[in-house]
Ligand binder design. Structure first.
Ligand code: UDX
Ligand code: UDX
Length: 441
């Protein structure tokens, strides 16, 4: 089938490439000409494992192209996916101006002669956005156009997006038109995944409710980690113990510095906001946000207490990306942490396997030194903080770390380093929700 994806970012590019991988003809559209040009030259605008080789394969197979020509895409493709940004306004409401703008553009191009078209909302949006998209198309397109609107939210996780898209737990399709539903089922037939067919509003709510629930799980275990620190218990053992109950599951119970990224923070805010507008406030999610903020505060407080004063202290931070296996630093807790430390006058060095460039851009104006080697980063440091759960940090040579540090102290914000190994290497080990470990004097 001929498919158009509008918005060639982390979501649109990965989604379009996976559609091509299963045999569809896909054109990825973007209004950023530089991005389209660099993709045409085989340059990757983002880091996502396995994506680059999949793009090369499908471009050379002639199933995947990149363009800025939205009109041609609407003319040639029966199904048009919208994957443009839906960033939060300051008040937490969702900025839908990109969605509205692209929809108006599509509407102005559509004509009855083109035949049936399905406009699919792939971006994460508040419930009832699909209905508004339909109204915009009715209002701005030529009379007699034959269009349906569908909600098809994505559940990809950055860093494992290709696997998540090719082997999804489920495909959610929301539409009030059986014709559109049938066409969408043909798109996803090659994925051999369960398809959840619901109405438009339910599909939009499934996305917000899913992301908010995952964020709630994270804040729950982070709140438990604070109790563990006071009680001298071990949050990893508690997470294991409760996670063995299939109704709870161990997933998304990793205590740490809190959640970040371009989705959870904005989707929790967006859900709080739309629920309030509907008169059914989701108070529980305000607590999810509060716990998330408090988690970083408490951690910085522990580091400050350890060093007495942060000003002029040399602090190394491993991790700048918002999570492992991505270069994405949007709403990264590691970036927030580095800014906090700089604001308090610490001398900060940082290292990230993939997010050095994106991190430098996000940290403009902050006097942090971004190193290209994880061990150089800890040279003469008085504390090493692990802020992102990269595997490299879990496998670090701690003797080498010990030899380079001024003071042998690690604060592991993601509980990924093995405490016993740290102590064995002569390093004082602090982590989240667990007892502090000290080397034998
Ligand atoms: C975005 C939203 O953040 C997410 O909530 C939604 O589910 C999917 O779209 P992401 O792909 O991470 O996710 O955004 P980003 O990486 O910023 O890519 C958006 C792309 O859309 C950019 O390449 C931008 O140039 C392009 N764009 C934006 C358009 O092509 N047209 C527009 O009008 C606006
Ligand atoms: C999330 C959802 O998982 C995905 O389904 C949705 O489509 C988009 O948003 P993403 O934000 O890419 O995906 O990454 P995810 O792996 O969910 O991590 C989000 C944040 O939570 C990261 O900052 C991560 O460090 C943190 N996290 C995750 C925890 O702190 N603890 C956990 O147990 C899991």
């Amino acid at each position: 089938m001929n498919l158009a994806i509008i918005g060639t970012g982390y979501v649109g590019l990965t989604t379009g490439t996976c559609f091509a991988e299963v045999g569809h003809n896909v054109v990825c559209i973007d209004n950023n000409e530089v991005k389209v040009e660099s993709l045409r030259q085989g340059k990757m605008p983002i880091y996502e494992p396995d994506l680059e080789e999949m793009i090369v394969t499908n471009v050379s197979a002639g199933r995947l192209t990149f363009s800025t020509d939205l009109a041609a895409a609407v003319r040639d493709c029966e199904i048009i996916f919208i994957a443009v940004p839906t960033p939060p306004h300051d008040d937490g409401s969702v900025d839908l101006s990109y969605i509205e703008g692209v929809t108006r553009e599509i509407a102005s191009i559509l004509t009855p002669e083109m035949g049936y078209r399905v406009v699919v909302d792939k971006s994460t949006v508040p419930v009832s956005t699909g209905a508004k998209v339909y109204k915009v198309i009715e209002r701005y397109s030529h009379r007699g156009v034959d269009v349906d609107v569908v909600s098809n939210p994505e559940f990809l996780r950055e860093g494992s997006a290709v696997a998540d898209l090719l082997h999804p737990d489920r495909i959610v399709i929301g539409s009030d038109s059986q014709r559109a539903m049938d066409l969408m089922k043909r798109v996803y037939q090659p994925f051999n995944a369960p398809i959840v067919e619901v109405d438009l509003a339910s599909a939009e709510l499934i996305k917000h409710a899913a992301n908010s629930f995952l964020a709630l799980k994270i804040s729950y275990i982070n709140a438990v980690s604070a109790v563990c620190e006071k009680a001298g218990a071990d949050v990893e053992l508690v997470a294991m113990g409760i996670g063995m109950d299939k109704r709870i599951s161990r997933h998304f119970l990793n205590a740490g510095l809190g959640y970040g990224g371009s989705c959870f923070p904005k989707d929790v805010k967006g859900f709080i906001n739309v629920a309030e507008q509907l008169g059914a406030p989701m108070e529980i999610l305000k607590e999810v946000e509060r716990v998330n903020e408090a988690q970083l505060e408490r951690f910085v407080g522990r580091v400050r207490k350890k060093l007495w004063v942060l000003r002029n202290k040399r602090i190394a931070v491993w991790g700048i990306a918002f999570k492992q296996n991505t270069d994405d630093v949007r709403e990264s807790v590691a970036v927030k942490l580095i800014k906090r430390l700089c604001d308090e006058g610490a001398i900060v060095t940082a290292y990230d396997p993939k997010a050095a460039e994106t991190g430098a851009a996000a940290l403009q104006g902050y006097s942090v030194t971004i190193c290209d080697d994880m061990y150089d980063c800890v040279q003469d440091a008085e504390v090493l903080i692990v802020a992102t759960e990269w595997k490299q940090f879990a496998m670090a040579n701690l003797v080498k770390v010990r030899e380079r540090m001024r003071l042998p102290i690690i604060f592991d914000g993601r509980n990924i380093i093995h405490g016993e190994n740290a102590v064995h290497a002569g390093i004082e080990y602090h982590s989240i929700g667990r007892k502090n470990l000290y080397p034998n004097k």
